[in-house]
Ligand binder design. Structure first.
Ligand SMILES: [Zn+2]
Length: 126
């Protein structure tokens, strides 16, 4: 399963459409016109299948700090996949794990802040 995201045209950040689908099914979906409220800029964005991207739900968060870490983790995983030397591949895989751990830490801090009513309000964790 993958989560369907669209990009906020004002902040450049991604937001979830709330659609979870496998890539084969997504390819078969018709173009539909729906508008999605944006947690980043507070406006609504039109969903367009052509501009949507599919992501692994465990590699995506609406919390910008968490999302940045998860993007880095994904980059490192891609670099590891391309690395020819074994030591280089292992280095990128270690970096990937560290970014994922950092993302978890940021998420925990955000969750705790939300419980205590401090800091910005974050999207609920999926
Ligand atoms: Zn927006």
């Amino acid at each position: 399963m993958a989560t369907v995201l669209i990009q906020c045209s004002h902040t450049g950040r991604y937001l979830s459409t709330g659609i979870d689908v496998d890539p084969d099914t997504f390819a078969l979906l018709p173009e539909v016109a729906i508008r999605i409220p944006c947690p980043h800029c507070g406006r609504e964005h039109a969903f367009s299948k052509g501009r949507a991207i599919l992501v692994d739900p465990s590699r995506w968060s609406e919390n910008p700090k968490v999302e940045d870490c998860l993007l880095k983790a994904t980059e490192c995983a891609e670099l590891a996949g391309k690395a020819r030397a074994r030591t280089r591949r292992q280095l990128f895989l270690r970096l990937e794990q560290q970014w994922v751990r950092l993302a978890d830490d940021f998420q925990r801090i955000a969750d705790r802040n939300a419980e205590n009513g401090v800091g910005p309000v974050n999207a609920p964790r999926r």
